[in-house]
Design a protein around this ligand. Sequence first.
Ligand code: HEM
Length: 521
Amino acid sequence: MENRSLNGGQAVLTALVGLAITVLLIALTRRRSRNRMPPGPWGWPVLGCLPRLGRLPHQTLAKFAEKYGPLMSMKLGSANVVVASSPKMAEEFLKNHDKIWASRYAPTGAKIVGYNGSDIAFSEYGPRWRYARKIFMLELLTAKRISVFQAARKEEICGGINDALTMSQNGKLPVRMDLILGKIAGNIITRMLMNEGSLSEKAARIKDSHAFQQALRDAFEVVTNFYLGDYVPWLDRFCSKTQMYAVAKKCDELFQAILDDHKMKLGTAPGQSETVTTDQNKVQDIVDVLLTRPRDGDGQYLTEMEMKAIILDVLFGGTETNAVTVEWGLSELVRNPRVMEKAQAEMDSMVGKERLVEESDLPNLPYLNAIVKETFRLHPIAALLPAHMSMEDCEIQGYKISAKTRLLVNIHAIQRDPDVYERPLDFYPERFLGSEKDVHGLDFDLLPFGSGRRMCPGKGLGLVLVQYTMALFILCCNLKPPGNMKPEELDMEEKFGLSTPRLNCLKVVVTPRLPKSMLRE
Ligand code: HEM
């Protein structure tokens, strides 16, 4: 009897000890995961995972995510980096914890060319960034200003198509579309910045000069090129920055000349707009607006340096993005004649062949819009969003991520997620017909412009540029691969960078669908 009650007591004791150990283990596991970074791939000493990223880091990171999950962490050099690779994770960072992650990591090249973080794209989150971004969105790129330059866009795109047709000699010769599209986008954006009517001869020469185009290309390279000091800061002193400073100086001289020219015409200095009389009938370009905007109620105004940084943002943001996206879009149409024929049929039935398509036609062209969305999905300009940075510690999915961690959102992986998109690698615009899904930053599985506080402030202009350029090409030309190349043989290899262009430029033969004279209407 005594023995039995002893056994019973032992059993209760054992159960209690077991329970205590279980509770302790659960508590420990929870605590460890609270203090733990998300899982991720191994890295080398000093360089971390950098050598493992390869030529196309967005694709490598997508493969890592298949193994380690949609929230990964790793060291790139000595930098702590987290990578979000699913729509849910993108929403966690860009919506649920947006404020914490709204700062930006600025690479050295961007700091040097971008006036040490005075621009919008690479500046840290703070009052000056908020101020400049507000002006950018509410004063520079208003719907009204975008619409005022409608005729300029049409003229430049028609001019580019005309050039392509002339160069191709009725389909005999292949044409480099990167050059045609780069020129169209560059001309449109510089006209919005520096409208012809407001330029002196000197400034007009600067705008059209080879030196200006070259300086912008060089600056883009400086911002985009890999720089080891951005990842291993103690190696910074051994890396040469001479070239970066030379490019920055060249750009600054050109931007200063543009400002000075406008100032001379307006008779003003920044922050002294009270003295300015502007001709109400003249279309104000972006530089005019920057120079003539009155001081704010609290006495704030943009310094000349900030204005030049904004000019750089407009040139960078508005040119490469548009040209690269349209080049991908046209590549897909060349590779998929079925889609091209369907798009041309829509164009013929909605617009006809007696006139050119107008921007006001765009809402009535659902298939074209689906093509543009599908292009943004398969070929996002920012395959990885430019690195965001956390301003304080942040807990996500039970993982504790420390302040100053860099965030990469893998848009490439998200927009090819087989759980979201059936046959994700196919170019199939029909998937968007009748769907509410759009690119405005609310659908976390389609984020070509990002989302949240850092989302692209040029989305309205960017969309219309891509849609309208595609529309005019679809209406006015036939594009085919050169020689005996079959459409499906066109290579679609990517190059990694701030934008994600084609590795090899698109070369096609171009023939007219409409009389060439219509392009000069
Ligand atoms: C096809 C067109 C375009 C695409 C796909 C595009 C895409 C993007 C993306 C993905 C970002 C980063 C968002 C993030 O970090 O979350 C961005 C930022 C930015 N874009 Fe665009 N963009 C386009 C056109 C434009 C245009 C036309 C402009 C101006 C004229 C512009 C100016 C900017 C600026 C200033 C930023 C930095 C915003 C910030 O950091 O606060 N973009 N864009």
